[in-house]
Design a protein around this ligand. Sequence first.
Ligand code: C2E
Ligand code: MG
Ligand code: MG
Ligand code: MG
Length: 282
Amino acid sequence: HAKIAGRNTLRIFEPGMQVSLNARVSMEESLVMAIESNQLELHYQPQISDVNSVIGAEALVRWNDPKSGAIPPSVFIPIAEETGLIIPLGQWVLEAACAQIARWENDPVMSHLVIAVNVSVRQFHQDDFVEQVKLTLARTGARADKLKLELTESILISNAADLQDKMNTLKALGVSFALDDFGTGYSALAYLKLLPLDQLKIDRSFVRDILIDPNDYAIAKMVVALAESMGLSVIAEGVETEEQRHVLAGIGCHSYQGYLFSGPIPEDVFKKMMGQLGKISV
Ligand code: C2E
Ligand code: MG
Ligand code: MG
Ligand code: MG
């Protein structure tokens, strides 16, 4: 299956592709190895405020398989979810992100950054999830108020008591919460106010056509209004053009993440980009 042509690794897994059963089984085995042997890496995508200040970053996992090359998260995260590997993988990501927070804490250019970590529903509902977060913070020396956990909307239809309980405990430690891909799934709107959320993330599917599709515009506007009325911050993902940013600012969204500013990048590139002032120019 996997081929290496000379020094050029072919990319055989593409986002959204159907992966055969054989490929899935072998990918599962490779992923176990990858978690154990440091083939995973975190990249960081800057989150930007209106004045072009970098206010934080989303940590996104990258997998470089020695045989297959870079495998996109859209291919291996669903397999990790199904096989349960999302638990060790998620723990690896949490550990790596907290270690990064602790390293940046001593750097005046980086120390203000809040790092957002994606947490799968299955990972969150593990009995020891809160304990794992506590232990990881303690082990790495990361400040809890620099850690933000991104939960997807599907968490809203899972065990409500467990959800509220865990979120409140983590919130009391100083950890913050964003609701990812907001608007794409099942939203129990009445239930939102019972959760100690800090931020809604407007999914990039609404941002993409915000200039041409009145429905997407209306949904984005509704999410901003909802966030505002609940005292939450809001950030738009997938911002690729200045025009999109302009329209978002017009409806009251003043934080952005997207290729207009930067894609996800390795830590050293991120640090270079921050330069002296922590500003990036568009
Ligand atoms: P997400 O959490 O919604 O992350 C945002 C995705 O959008 C990232 O894809 C990012 O590279 C991409 N993106 C950012 N800006 C733009 C843009 O301007 N245009 C476009 N077209 N795309 C943009 P990525 O890194 O491939 O990750 C895909 C998904 O995989 C993530 O969606 C998240 O759900 C999941 N994922 C990634 N890392 C982790 C992780 O460590 N743990 C878990 N549980 N899931 C993860
Ligand atoms: Mg996310
Ligand atoms: Mg998202
Ligand atoms: Mg999304």
